[in-house]
Ligand binder design. Structure first.
Ligand code: HDE
Length: 724
């Protein structure tokens, strides 16, 4: 019997043709094995503690019970300070175009080369058990297990950040976390302390535009972009550097849910994103992204009207296009959430030869923070030995001891230089892959200040807002009105509205109107409180927004995303006894041919009867689900079924809610009567996402598929008022 069992999932070949799993030695299923203590002693009775007599007290001697309970007592480890709520998957990165001209990093230079990866997605503010659908930034952290060592690209789904300097990070996070006196609210930025901080931090405004947009409520983690955010450097064989920004572009497009929907999903299924990723991978629908780079020659560093080192800025794709050079495929779920997803440790300081940092002051602080935080979270400096964190590249050095040391280092030599160990392990020359830092020339005063080139806080915030479609702008206004509406202190709202007015007057006016206030003409407080005590505040005032070289950037609007696929979309088929079996078959076949999934929702949990009296298994009972968990809804024909749905308030609400959330709705035969007589969708006119095929007509499967692929018919929001 094999002691260790490997997973049987899709193989991930790394550069040497070895499987990642082969390098992970600690996988264990217990399948076919005896139950033992942690010392390997076989256990004979796991049901009863050792007692003095049948009804007597339990004995201290019961080392088996004590070992089991002691281990249990210590099962929890501290959750991450931020990004505590996460989900992850294994996969691979494949080079599709060589970057050899720009970098010597081996995992980026050979077309076709595959590097195993582990990717963790997360929300930022909430605790480990919080809802997936919080309005929040999503973490997008990728660990590449390269032959030259682990490379971690620890990014987000939003390409900019709230602050420009790492020293402010603890303040930002303290402001967004639940307020310390009552620990309310969980996983939400809609409260006083967050907006108080933001109102005094005008540099956050570009990020605020993104976080108040639908980007912060993704439909799926598989349908969001990822960004490295900071400017990094690529270094080639000749030692020449090129600035680079990293991008992940989802092959299914960038899609989001509606805010009203997000709030309801949080109630119906707080694990919505986690489940979606897990189920997609289990079903073989692997998550895929294109990997892109924006390359900027060192000589062009000062060519832009913003600073490349400022993490509150993007490089518009109109100025520097994104070049696609690779793809990411997530194809294997972890075997164990704790051992892999929880214990994985990402460090922006994990780099390989061919990649280097820039002087972005946010990045520089991160290079310290991530290593530091793992020491308390994972209990000491040996966390790199945890299987999920181990590089596939061999590790040899003179570091020794500390908590949870796993490696049994041989010999008496733990220092360098040495002769007793033959000088080993020895330093690597550059030709042998030895890492050297890019020799950037620095000549400056040691000084606590920020470059003037970091002072423009509003130009790109305005660029983002102007690049949005009308419905996206409305969603931003609504989100700001929701968040500020939850703020209790009037002066905080006023300060934020004042700053919004620096970005766009209509935006500020609409938010102010929703709040029932007017835009303040000036602020009682200076808008940036974060200048040093003895500095001249004027030197720290943000400058008014400038005329941007790029007026609108298509890449910033989700309206321009991929809209020609229904792959992995979940379609609810709402049925009751007597539904028309042929309708269901026709629609199901058409959808499944395109990679969507039909889910039969019946009145009862087990099964439902079709028009021919045949019993069909249901996927869900209506009472356990809601329309917010699906992408679209279809009502097949069948008089009896349609009549039963008309009698069921949950069925009517299901369709009304899908309609309100601008989803595609289709019906055929008697199902059309149900839609027309009982739901708001029946009143819709010229709505291409309501596809009705009357009795006797051919079912318009292709129109329905097109409407689902378009994701939502957002125009409905202005055309109809639906109280769902
Ligand atoms: Fe993080 N961040 N961060 N962050 N961050 C952490 O590290 C920190 C920032 C990001 O799935 C922590 O291992 C500082 C930007 C992700 O495990 C901590 C600053 C970006 C994850 C930390 C930032 C990120 C983290 C908490 C300001 C996008 C989750 C646990 C300088 C580029 C990784 C941990 C995972 C996690 C510090 C800002 C992304 C405390 C000091 C900007 C995706 O070390």
């Amino acid at each position: 019997m094999a002691k260790k069992t490997n997973t049987t999932n899709t193989a991930n070949n790394n550069h040497d043709g070895k499987k990642l799993q082969e390098l992970e030695v600690n996988r264990e299923s217990g399948q076919g094995e005896f139950l033992t203590t942690n010392q390997g002693l076989r256990i004979n009775d796991n049901q009863n503690s050792l007692k003095a007599g049948e009804r007597g007290p339990t004995l201290l001697e019961d080392f088996i019970m004590r070992e089991k309970i002691t281990h249990f007592d210590h099962e929890r480890i501290p959750e991450r300070i931020v990004h505590a709520r996460g989900v992850a998957a294994h996969g691979y990165f494949e080079v599709t175009e060589s970057l050899k001209e720009f970098t010597k990093a081996k995992f980026l230079t050979e077309v076709g080369k595959k590097t195993p990866v582990f990717v963790r997605f997360s929300t930022v503010a909430g605790s480990r058990g919080s809802t997936d659908l919080a309005r929040d930034v999503r973490g997008f952290a990728v660990k590449f297990y390269t032959e030259e060592g682990n490379y971690d690209l620890v990014g987000n789904n939003i390409p900019v950040f709230f602050i420009q300097d790492a020293i402010k990070f603890p303040d930002l996070i303290h402001s967004v976390k639940p307020e310390p006196h009552n620990e309310i609210p969980q996983a939400a930025s809609a409260h006083d302390t967050f907006w108080d901080f933001i109102s005094l931090m005008p540099e956050s405004m570009h990020m605020i535009m993104w976080v108040m947009s639908d980007r912060a409520i993704p439909r799926s983690l598989r349908m969001m972009e990822g960004f490295g955010i900071h400017t990094f450097r690529l270094i080639n064989d000749e030692g020449k550097a090129t600035f680079v920004k990293f991008h992940w572009k989802p092959r299914l497009g960038v899609h989001s849910v509606a805010w009203n929907e997000a709030q309801k999903i949080s109630g119906f299924d707080a694990d919505f994103h986690r489940r979606d990723l897990f189920e997609a991978i289990e079903s073989g629908a692997f998550a895929e992204w294109d990997f892109g780079v924006q390359l900027i020659p060192e000589e062009d560093e000062h060519k832009f009207d913003f600073d490349l080192l400022d993490a509150t800025k993007i490089v518009p794709e109109e100025l520097v296009p994104v070049k696609i050079v690779g793809k990411l495929v997530l194809n294997r779920n972890p075997d164990n959430y704790f051992a892999e997803t929880e214990q994985v440790a990402f460090l922006p300081s994990n780099i390989v030869p061919g990649i280097d940092f820039s002087n972005d002051p946010l990045l520089q602080g991160r290079l310290h923070s991530y290593l530091d935080t793992q020491i308390s979270r994972l209990g000491g400096p040996n966390f790199h030995e945890i299987p999920i964190n181990r590089p596939v590249a061999p590790v040899h050095n003179n570091q020794r001891d500390s908590q949870f040391r796993q490696t049994i280092n041989k010999g008496k030599v733990a220092y360098e230089p040495n002769t007793l160990g033959g000088g080993c392990p020895y330093q690597a020359m550059i030709k042998d892959g030895g890492f050297t830092s890019y020799q950037e020339k620095i000549d400056g005063n040691k000084i606590r200040t920020r470059s003037d080139s970091f002072r423009d806080h509003f130009t790109q915030a305005a660029l983002f807002f102007n690049s949005q479609s009308l419905y996206e702008q409305t969603h931003i206004i609504n989100a700001l009105s929701f968040e500020l509406g939850k703020v209790e202190v009037e002066s905080i709202r006023e300060r934020v509205v004042y700053i919004l007015n620096q970005i766009d007057e209509i935006l500020a006016r609409k938010v102010a109107d929703n709040l029932g206030i007017s835009i303040p003409a000036k602020l009682a407080l200076p808008i940036n409180m974060s200048y040093p005590a003895d500095a001249d505040p004027d030197d720290y005032q943000p400058i008014p927004k400038k005329e941007s070289k790029v007026k609108k950037s298509a890449a910033l609007s989700m309206a321009n995303t991929v809209k020609d696929t229904v792959k992995t979309r979940q379609i609810a088929f709402l049925v009751a006894d007597g539904f028309e079996a042929d309708d269901v078959k026709t629609m199901q076949n058409a959808l499944e041919k395109q990679g969507a999934t039909a889910k039969i929702i019946g009145m009862k949990s087990k099964s439902v009867m079709d028009s021919a009296g045949k019993e069909i298994k249901v996927d869900h009972a209506l009472r356990t689900v809601a329309s917010v968990l699906f992408d679209a809804v279809y009502i097949p024909g069948g008089e009896k079924s349609a009549a039963a749905l008309a009698d069921e308030p949950d069925a009517i609400e299901f369709v009304n809610e899908a309609f309100r959330h601008c989803k595609a709705i289709a019906a055929s035969g008697a199902g059309v009567n149900f839609i027309k007589n009982e739901t708001y969708a029946g009143r819709a006119q010229n709505d291409q996402a309501v596809v009705l095929s009357e009795s006797g007509e051919t079912i318009q499967t292709q129109d329905f598929i097109k409407a689902i692929a378009a994701h939502r018919n957002w125009d409905r929001e202005t055309a109809h008022k639906v109280p769902a």
